[in-house]
Design a protein around this ligand. Sequence first.
Ligand code: C5P
Length: 226
Amino acid sequence: MTNQQRPVVITIDGPSGSGKGTLSQMLARHLGYNLLDSGALYRLVALASMKRGFDLAEERLIAPVALALNVQFRVAEDATRIILDDEDVTDAIRQEVVSMGASQVAAHPAVRAGLLERQRAFVAAPGLIADGRDMGTEVFPAAPVKIFLTASAEARAERRFKQLQNKGESVNKATLIADIRERDERDSKRAVAPLKPAVDATIIDSTDMSIEQVFARMLALVKQAV
Ligand code: C5P
């Protein structure tokens, strides 16, 4: 394969609520690239384990769930539907309880190892936008464009609050800020693949930026490199 044919991988990492999800989708659509929402995989592992009644702290129980995950991403016109064991769990995996569960299962090295090849299998021409926490550091360390998107915990909690409100989920804002801090703490302090920018990543702080501004910045970075 020549360099021109080789799929381009663009990694977008950052904490929850930084706008990664929305911006990754926008970029993928704009460039006609494939999209890997790696957080969805950790959410699926958490949900599948919870359905089986497993204690999420038990790595030896959860790792096999990650390896055997029976999931399909069905691309529909409006959004991609996520099917776990024949059940549509697109909305179920976004619940707050699953967010917390995902960050618990994500701390197990065997779970991360179990999902590694599944994530790399998303690479396909013409390119991939890989959204997560360790895309640039662990999963695609050779990616030519690496972005680390962040924002203050308050700004991120505010965005998440609006998102959940729009979906009709009732949440308390103070609880949300506390949850985001707890997740940040666990994601940044875990022993394997902690949340941190790759040394060659460009850091964008979106606290005082609009989505459109961040999108323009990202697109400029991509255009420079690809
Ligand atoms: O991005 P999202 O909020 O959907 O991710 C849910 C959780 O999955 C994160 O809080 C994090 O603990 C975990 N995760 C991870 N590595 C990734 C993506 C997500 O550890 N690449």
